[in-house]
Ligand binder design. Structure first.
Ligand SMILES: Cc1cc2nc3c(=O)[nH]c(=O)nc-3n(C[C@H](O)[C@H](O)[C@H](O)COP(=O)(O)OP(=O)(O)OC[C@H]3O[C@@H](n4cnc5c(N)ncnc54)[C@H](O)[C@@H]3O)c2cc1C
Length: 190
């Protein structure tokens, strides 16, 4: 099945979403293709938003500890577990992603999920039976962490930024149960 648009955007990160929305605002028929299940790209899912959320949470907690409010009981727990940090990060990311999905709907951008590939200069394949055709195609496929050969990424304590944000800190409880957040091996998501 071939669908026709004024613009096809490949990549649902911040660049692709902005490009698609802008064309939508001008009344263009727009398709956005994202290879993952969720839009957002590095900006929302694995980069800016999650890393800054974790940082801000850590800063807020450490500030709470360092500022002594004598005689004031804020009735807040003063400790947070890694799981709570990661859960808060997930909530912020999900909220931001919903906001972007809502924007795409507002500007009537059709979103497709699948790895886009070119059939010809004006046709993009999303699935075996789904082709998107447009005179204009915006490629906004972003980037992924580089792994320079001098760093031993096979070592269990060496991670790139995607891994550290997805997985959190590697931990095991006393009985040896994996507390790795969303562990890629055991799939735990405590
Ligand atoms: C750890 C970290 C922290 C960061 N912190 C900040 C910050 O504080 N402030 C800031 O401004 N920037 C920050 N950045 C940078 C910011 O995240 C990127 O500049 C931004 O995400 C780039 O957006 P993009 O849309 O170009 O690419 P991306 O966000 O990488 O999105 C590209 C999208 O294209 C999709 N895609 C790829 N190939 C295909 C295909 N064939 N078909 C369909 N879809 C495809 C990908 O799945 C992805 O969703 C940070 C980045 C990282 C990694």
């Amino acid at each position: 099945m071939t669908k026709y648009f004024d613009l096809v955007v490949i990549g649902g990160g911040p660049a692709g979403i902005c490009g698609a929305n802008t064309a939508g605002i001008f009344g263009k028929r727009v398709a956005l293709v994202e290879k993952l299940h969720e839009v957002g790209g590095a900006g929302i899912n694995t980069g800016a938003i999650p890393s800054k959320t974790l940082r801000e949470t850590a800063l807020a907690l450490s500030e709470m500890r360092s500022r002594k409010l004598f005689g004031v009981d804020l009735s807040l727990r003063r400790e947070a577990s890694v799981a709570e940090f990661m859960r808060h990060k997930e909530n912020v990311v999900a909220q931001e992603r919903r906001r972007r999905e809502e924007q795409l709907r507002t500007y009537k951008v059709d979103t497709f999920h699948g790895a886009a590939s070119f059939v010809d200069p004006n046709t993009v394949r999303v699935a075996p039976d789904t082709l998107l055709r447009s005179e204009k195609i915006l490629i906004a496929t972003g980037s992924s962490p580089v792994r320079p050969p001098e760093f031993p990424f096979e070592h269990p304590r060496v991670h790139d930024s995607d891994e550290i944000l997805e997985i959190g800190v590697r931990r095991r409880d006393r009985s040896g149960i994996c507390l790795y957040f969303r562990c890629p091996r055991c799939r735990s998501a405590f």
